[in-house]
Design a protein around this ligand. Structure first.
Ligand SMILES: Cc1cc2nc3c(=O)[nH]c(=O)nc-3n(C[C@H](O)[C@H](O)[C@H](O)COP(=O)(O)O)c2cc1C
Length: 210
């Protein structure tokens, strides 16, 4: 199945989580690709979606909230999983739960939603971010739990295999003729390197007024 892994990340911790999820989905035989919210022009040809955002000031990043606002109906029409990456629950930190993020997520009625612990590297932060992080007593360090992240992604792959019909391995699916041509994602303006491979979601849609 063609799975779009849409990731909003400012300092790459969430992007790297997205890459690991893509890796696991591919290992399970799916076509998966990571894109930024700004790169999503159309969900045509996308069979399932994973949305993941870093949490800042209790909220998903604006680019992801915008995407949800723009595409809520299309997103809801597909098997969808969502995750947040934040520092809530990290020992020694007193970072607030991503409460407002949860509202956005609920709107999408995902098949699964989870919060993963992220990373705080003060040296990568701007002055204002650093002082906000300090005020929140956010704990410095990399708390990402890769085994948990990989297990969650494998769970998605397994559920999709079930959805796909009667236990058929999803890996049997060949690349569709209608897969999006390459080359569009780079024009979308986000500076993140996207994972290589087929592009099931960032299809050029010149008239899609988004
Ligand atoms: C200014 C600032 C505000 C943050 N606010 C929250 C928050 O409200 N809740 C939370 O769980 N984590 C919060 N965090 C922690 C980030 O979500 C965490 O560092 C995350 O891994 C960042 O992901 P990214 O590298 O993909 O941008 C905050 C971090 C910073 C620097």
């Amino acid at each position: 199945m063609r799975i779009l892994v849409v990731i909003a990340s400012k300092h790459q911790a969430t992007a790297e989580v997205g890459d690991v999820i893509v890796e696991e989905l591919r290992a399970a035989g799916h076509q998966a690709r990571r894109v930024t919210p700004g790169e999503v022009r159309s969900l045509d040809g996308v069979d399932a979606v994973v949305l993941g955002s870093a949490v800042y000031m209790t909220q998903w990043m604006e680019s992801m909230r915008d995407l949800v606002a723009r595409r809520a109906a299309e997103l809801r029409a597909r098997p969808l999983w969502a995750f947040s990456v934040g520092l809530a629950g990290v020992p020694a930190g007193e970072v607030q739960d991503p409460a407002r993020a949860a509202g956005v997520v609920r709107q999408l009625d995902p098949l699964g939603y989870v919060t993963f612990k992220g990373r705080l590297d003060p040296s990568a932060l701007g002055l204002r971010e650093r002082s906000v992080a300090r005020m929140g007593s956010a704990a410095e360090g990399d708390y990402r739990e890769w085994d948990k992240i990989r297990a969650w992604a494998r769970g998605i792959a397994a559920e999709l295999a079930e959805h796909a019909g009667d236990g058929q391995p999803a890996s049997a699916e060949p690349a569709p003729d209608g897969a999006a041509p390459d080359g569009d994602a780079a024009a979308a303006g986000d500076a993140e390197p996207a994972a290589a491979g087929r592009d099931p979601g960032a299809a050029p849609a010149p008239s899609a007024g988004g």
